[in-house]
Design a binder for this molecule. Structure first.
Ligand SMILES: [Zn+2]
Length: 338
C-alpha cells in the first residue's frame, strides 16, 4: 500500500507503507472512499511544528468497513462509515459529557492519506450511514469527519443562538464551514472576515451576510461599527494565531462568547486584560463524535452541502501537489481519491 509520509518541511512523499491490520480486538479496518488535507497538516508541512521522524499524514476519512476485531459489536463489514480525527470509546465520563475528543482512550488519528486505514475503538469512533451513499455525496460526508465538525463546534462553543450575530475569524476551510454552522444554528447575521475574493464568495454561499476585509484593530473597529458599537454575540476563532485570537476576543461584546478551534501557535493571553473584557472562552480539539449523527443526517437529507469546501480534487498519488496548492493558498481544501 502507498500513502503520504511527511519527512520534513515541504517534503511530503507518496511511498510504500505496511498495510494496516487489526491490532486490538476493538479495531476496524476501512477501505477509504475519500480523504483530504487539513489546514492543521500545514503546520508540520511548513516546519512550524517539526516532525521528529517520517510521519504518515492524514486524519480525515470515510469509507467502507473491510474487517472488524472480535470485540466490535455495532460496526460491521460492508458499512459506509465516518469517524472523527480523535478516537473515542464513547462510554467514559468525558464522552458522556460530549467531549469525546478528551476520551480517556483518545488517540489522534494519522495515516489517513492512504487507501486503507486502521481505526481504534471502532464502536465508539465510527458512525455508519443508513446505506451506501451516492458518489456525489461523499465529499459532504468526508467534510463531516473534521472540517465541518470543527466549524460546528466553534459555533456551539461560541454559543451561536437564533437571531443573534456571529463573527467568523479565519477564511480557511474550517472558518468557511463555521459560517455554514452559524447559519444552520440560526444566527441572523454572520460576518465573515476575509480579504480573499474566492473565499468571500464561498462564505456568501454558506450564508455569510457581511464580509469584513480589515484585520487586527481595524477589523475589530469594523465589527464594532457593524454592531452599533456593541460587538458580536458570538465569535468563532478558526486560525490559532495571537492576532486572530485577540481579534476574536476584542470583537466580542461583554457577556458574549468566543469559540476557538484554531490550534494555538504561540498564543498568550493577558489575565488582567481578559478579566475586563467580560468574554467567555471555550474551545479545544472539536468533539466531532458528539455531532456526527446530526451532521451526517443534515448532509444525507440534502439540508446542507459542506462538500463545496473542496475546491481541488486529486488522485491520492498527487498528494504533494495537494499540499503545495493549499500552502500557496491556491486551493482552500484538497480532496484526495485513493
Ligand atoms: Zn471516552
Amino acid at each position: 500500500m502507498k500513502g503520504a509520509v511527511l519527512y520534513g518541511p515541504r517534503d511530503i512523499r507518496f511511498e510504500e507503507r505496511d498495510a494496516p491490520r487489526i491490532v486490538e480486538p476493538t479495531d476496524a479496518i476501512l477501505r477509504l472512499s475519500a480523504t483530504c488535507i487539513c489546514g492543521s497538516d500545514l503546520w508540520p508541512y511548513r516546519g512550524i511544528s517539526p516532525v521528529a521522524e517520517p510521519t504518515p499524514m492524514g486524519h480525515e476519512y470515510c469509507g467502507i468497513v473491510e474487517e472488524v476485531g472480535k470485540a466490535v459489536k455495532s460496526i460491521r463489514p460492508g458499512q459506509f462509515v465516518i469517524g472523527s480525527f480523535a478516537t473515542s470509546d464513547n462510554t467514559c465520563p468525558h464522552c458522556r459529557y460530549g467531549y469525546q475528543s478528551s476520551c480517556v482512550h483518545r488517540e489522534f488519528m494519522s495515516g489517513a492519506q492512504a487507501p486503507v486505514l486502521r481505526v481504534p475503538h471502532a464502536d465508539g469512533t465510527l458512525v455508519a450511514t443508513p446505506e451506501l451513499p451516492p458518489a456525489e455525496m461523499i465529499p459532504g460526508l468526508l467534510a463531516v469527519s473534521d472540517v465541518l465538525g470543527t466549524g460546528w463546534f466553534a459555533a456551539v462553543a461560541a454559543d451561536v443562538q437564533p437571531g443573534k450575530t456571529a463573527v467568523v475569524v479565519g477564511d480557511g476551510a474550517v472558518g468557511l464551514l463555521g459560517v455554514l454552522a452559524a447559519r444552520q444554528l440560526g444566527a441572523q447575521r454572520v460576518i465573515a472576515m476575509s480579504r480573499h475574493p474566492a473565499r468571500q464568495q464561498l462564505a456568501r454561499e454558506f450564508g455569510a451576510t457581511d464580509i469584513v476585509t480589515e484585520r487586527g484593530d481595524a477589523g475589530v473597529a469594523r465589527i464594532k461599527e457593524l454592531t452599533k458599537g456593541v460587538g458580536a454575540d458570538s465569535v468563532l476563532e478558526c486560525v490559532g494565531t495571537q492576532e486572530s485570537m485577540m481579534q476574536a476576543i476584542h470583537a466580542t461584546r461583554p457577556g458574549g462568547s468566543v469559540g476557538y478551534v484554531g490550534v494555538p501557535h504561540g498564543v498568550e493571553l493577558n489575565g488582567e486584560e481578559l478579566f475586563y473584557t467580560h468574554v467567555r472562552l471555550h474551545g479545544g480539539p472539536a468533539p466531532v463524535r458528539r455531532f456526527l449523527p446530526d451532521l451526517i443526517d443534515l448532509v444525507w437529507s440534502g439540508k446542507m452541502n459542506p462538500g463545496k469546501v473542496f475546491d481541488l480534487t486529486l488522485p491520492l498519488d498527487q498528494v504533494a501537489e495537494g499540499y503545495r496548492a493549499m500552502d500557496e493558498r491556491r486551493a482552500i481544501k484538497t480532496l484526495l481519491r485513493p
